[in-house]
Write a protein of this length. Structure first.
Length: 98
């Protein structure tokens, strides 16, 4: 498989995986690829921090929510709550006013 095709296949994984720099090293990529992955990890971590402080959700949570049309929060796994809640359920749980 050519290097370009491998790179194209790995870009989505690299952008979504946390701490992917060690994985790239295991796969035998060059030091430059490892350094680029480490920098992407740092940017993703900063973006997640800013997003979490301002919205209570990470960038990944927002992407999953947009893709599913639900309100998703991956950290709900820790509290054994559902990861995704239907977007309409929040408004339907509010008391009706006449």
């Amino acid at each position: 498989m050519s290097k370009i095709i491998r790179l194209i296949l790995w870009i989505p994984i690299l952008l979504s995986a946390a701490a992917c720099a060690p994985l790239i090293g295991i796969l035998g990529y060059s030091g430059q690829a490892i350094q680029a992955a480490a920098q992407m990890d740092q940017v993703k971590l900063m973006a997640d921090g800013v997003s979490y402080v301002s919205t209570g959700k990470t960038v990944s949570d927002h992407v999953i929510s947009a893709a599913t049309g639900s309100d998703c929060k991956v950290t709900n796994i820790l509290s054994k709550a559902p990861v995704c809640i239907a977007a309409n359920s929040e408004t339907s749980s509010a008391p009706a006013t006449n």
